[in-house]
Design a protein around this ligand. Sequence first.
Ligand code: ADP
Ligand code: MG
Length: 353
Amino acid sequence: MLEPLTYRLPITSFRMMDLNKLGEFDLIDLIAQRTPGGPGVLRGIGDDAAVLNAGNGQVCLWTVDTLLEGIHFDLAYYGPDDLGVKSLAVNVSDIAAMGGRPLYALLSLGLPSGVREDQVRLFMAGWDETARAYNVSLVGGDTVYSPQGWTVTVTVMGTCPKDRVVYRAGARVGDFIYVTGNLGSSAAGLYLLQHPAITCPEHVRLAVRQAHLRPVARVTAAVSLAESRLVTAMIDISDGLSSDVGHICTASGVGCEIYASHLPVSETVRECARYAQVDPLEWVLNGGEDYELLFTVRPDAAQEIEERLAVIGEQVSCIGRITPLGDGMRLVKGDDKTPLLPRGYDHFKGRGL
Ligand code: ADP
Ligand code: MG
């Protein structure tokens, strides 16, 4: 006879875990400590995707992300088609962050009562459009009833030559820190969606809204960066620049300086911030969900990287440099250097759980 599950749990499991003090990343560490890798695991927990030896000099990259109604999205302003786009794009972005190309996806859909067929069709229209754009095939999944809102869990598998995978852990003191595209657009979009009374020009509203609802994964830039073999560390910006540069620093055992004046902010986001009367720096540093690539490069390779991305029409900005671990993470504003705190999104911290 099976013992009741509770009898077999260690006594500590009965303690209420202080989730908001522990935070998302300490929780992941707690899980990671208990989970050794297996044969062929080149990187398990701790990067944007797991890296598994696939033979013939190739690796399999494997990632999963969940979007929950009420946490990641609100159907008051997300169309099901936006959800179809975003749920796939954010996973593709994690494959890109390793330097890989996406290949296959699994889709697990939890749907609450009241969902109509046309909403599911719309979701799939958004999904299909995104799958075509990134050449991803949907090869399986799961469909279940959800008592509390939509849950969308997507797994994407991708590939990369083994010697081109870019990890979070390779940044070295002196490396330059780069980011693709512009930052803060997604947070600006979310702000306007949550504050519909703010007046602002329609083209501004539409642009930032689109950035939030339908992010673009930077696969072309990522593959080019990986091919160069000049990138020492890379991550995609999902939680927010301050947290994601923190992930590179922690994994690499280094510190960093980020130059506020070098951060790429579009005129659209600046205009949006003026109408919203907020400092766009907050969106840029801590807003997250930009899905741009954040990467580090040795100084002597910087020019080659900039030229390489210019050729394929990808915008890139040098926003800082890697410093010794003891210096911590700092934000440089004029002559001022202040600690850069990882204040991007955390699922548990500050929720009063
Ligand atoms: P990202 O923002 O790139 O999607 P996350 O911050 O969600 O990455 O996760 C960081 C790392 O922790 C990843 O390697 C992820 O696979 C791993 N991870 C997160 N949650 C779990 C879990 N419950 N079990 C095992 N690994 C996890
Ligand atoms: Mg990521």
